[in-house]
Design a protein around this ligand. Structure first.
Ligand SMILES: Nc1ncnc2c1ncn2[C@@H]1O[C@H](COP(=O)(O)OP(=O)(O)OP(=O)(O)O)[C@@H](O)[C@H]1O
Length: 258
């Protein structure tokens, strides 16, 4: 059963077509990778799915319902969450607070309760703290909960972004280059975390990644973009042996031995 469907999706920036008639069907509970050379349009696709950019044309369906036109926070409320290629944490805030920021879409108390510190607000704050701590435990960062985010090593910052993305209780999680800058040990931990999230949280995961070893190991389905167009899709074996993909990407330094 597909959870996310992208139909004839196109995005133009002036004269540049960053995504051209992209079709994509993501199966519920699957791990899908979007790969391709720099500038192929991968992040633009994520930006449209998460409401950051509005498509020039085409449709995006979550469980059969169009989400085009929704703002990013509304898309998050519908169940799609993401991390960013360039880490976007609040550096001066603690690790725990960074996760709590991700929760605001689910809290019931509004400005009135916040201003007057009502019992409802205090109860929600306490629950949010507990939930944030539980998410830190989930990604293995609980011992660092009180550190400022900017002091965390790079790999830990990427995990913190994932914890924050989980705070909105997503059904679909988009990871934009989650292994970028990670050492092999951190990448191995990330691989395990991705599997756990899929199994234990019943998540559907879509990742953009240049680490082909990780992509080939973890993905059930791979979509290849080049110059804004989908040039291939299939299983890791299909993609590894696809002449077009080798020509456009795999043969040009994106080796499987990284
Ligand atoms: N806001 C924008 N305004 C103008 N052009 C943009 C904008 N965002 C992306 N582009 C252009 O769209 C094209 C696709 O960019 P995109 O970031 O989606 O590629 P990518 O596949 O994610 O690349 P990378 O692997 O380097 O992150 C590029 O030519 C880029 O310069």
């Amino acid at each position: 059963m597909s959870i996310l469907t992208v139909k004839q999706l196109t995005k133009q920036f002036g004269g540049l077509t960053a995504n051209s008639n992209i079709n994509m069907d993501v199966q519920k509970g699957s791990i899908t990778a979007v790969i391709g050379p720099n500038g192929a349009g991968k992040t633009t696709l994520f930006n449209m799915v998460t409401g950051v950019y509005q498509p020039t044309s085409g449709d995006i369906l979550l469980n059969g319902e169009s989400i085009v036109g929704l703002k990013p926070h509304q898309v998050a409320q519908k169940g799609i969450s993401r991390t960013f290629q360039n880490i976007r944490l609040f550096g001066a805030m603690t690790v725990l607070e960074n996760v709590m920021v991700g929760m605001h879409t689910h809290l019931r108390s509004g400005l009135f309760h916040t201003m007057f510190s009502t019992p409802l607000m205090r109860k929600e704050e306490k629950e949010a703290k507990q939930e944030a701590y539980r998410l830190l435990q989930y990604v293995g960062l609980e011992s660092l909960y009180n550190e400022e985010a900017k002091n965390l090593p790079y790999g830990a910052q990427r995990k913190l972004e994932i914890a924050r993305a989980l705070a909105t209780k997503p059904k679909v999680l988009l990871l934009d280059e989650p292994a970028a800058g990670m050492n092999p040990k951190e990448t191995a931990e990330l691989t395990k975390l991705i599997y756990h999230m899929r199994e234990q949280l019943q998540l559907t995961i879509i990742l953009i990644e240049h680490d082909m070893k990780l992509v080939m190991e973890i993905s059930e389905h791979i979509i290849v973009l080049d110059h804004g167009e989908k040039i291939a899709e299939g299983t890791p074996d299909d993609i590894r042996n696809n002449e077009k993909v080798i020509e456009a990407y795999l043969g040009k330094g994106a080796t499987t031995a990284s």
